[in-house]
Design a protein around this ligand. Structure first.
Ligand code: ZN
Length: 254
């Protein structure tokens, strides 16, 4: 399977709306400092396509990357930056029913806020794997807000795994044990260089080193980066030479 990072930004996106930080003021389209909200596009070897998260940026993401129509849409949790791009797909969905996968709380939000959109909702729960084409998808619980999941994507032809953990401040032991043999693990780096006392739903700066120490082996891909940290992509790369700093358009083949 081929994985394309459609976005690598935090919930504000970069540039942030009316952003007065140096990156938002100076960033150019098509540089690594321009970041849509974090999301993935996965293409299976048989040509099926999976969207992971539908961000409010989906309209421009689908245009910029010339995306094929999604066969499945996976949502990690109910926060608007992961889910509310479904509203952008209202017109598209009239002729292309959306096959959405999410947990029970995400379903409640879809029913409440998007009942008018043409959705076929497939509800999943922790560690209950399902298959899309030749990919085994396993939802894995993480600690963020009530009912948040990451995903293990396993290519059942090669046995190789790619792990996506978007938003979290910690992960349960069983989740940790399930991802140690992956090729790559994406990591929520919202506050990689920040201490934000009033938002403890993401890891804080002082927690990253011990988290990195727990996951030896897989490539660690840091995503959810925001301009509020005022650190450029290249400066992040210099500060974290043992991890990979995600950027929009980055790809992996697993
Ligand atoms: Zn969230």
């Amino acid at each position: 399977m081929k994985i394309n990072f459609l976005g690598s930004g935090s919930w504000q996106g970069t540039p942030a709306p009316f952003g007065d930080d140096e990156i938002s003021k100076n960033v150019s389209w098509d540089t690594k400092d321009f970041r849509f909200r974090t999301s993935l596009h996965i293409q299976t070897s048989a040509g099926k396509t999976i969207l992971v998260e539908v961000t409010p940026d989906i309209r421009l993401q689908s245009w910029k990357y010339n995306l094929k129509k999604p066969d499945a849409i996976l949502i990690s949790h109910w926060h608007w930056d992961h889910l509310f791009g479904l509203l952008e797909l209202d017109w598209y969905a009239e002729k292309n029913k959306l096959s959405v996968y999410g947990n029970n709380v995400t379903k409640q939000w879809c029913d409440k806020s998007m009942g008018h959109i043409n959705i076929n909702f497939n509800q999943f729960d922790s560690f209950e794997s399902f298959t899309i084409d030749n990919i085994i998808v396993t939802p894995i619980p993480v600690k963020h807000v009530h009912k948040t999941h990451g995903f293990i994507f396993e290519n059942n032809e090669t046995g190789k795994k790619f792990v996506y953990l978007s938003d979290f401040f910690d992960i349960p032991v069983k989740t940790l044990e399930s991802i140690l043999d992956a090729e790559s693990v994406t990591v929520d780096a919202t506050y990689l260089e920040s201490e934000i006392d009033d938002d403890l739903t993401h890891m804080q700066k002082n927690q990253f080193v011990s988290f990195f120490d727990k996951i030896k082996g897989p490539e660690l891909i840091l995503t959810n980066l925001g301009s509020y940290q005022n650190i450029t992509h290249s400066d992040f790369e210099n500060k974290f030479p043992n991890q990979t700093i995600a950027f929009d358009g980055m790809t992996r083949v697993v």
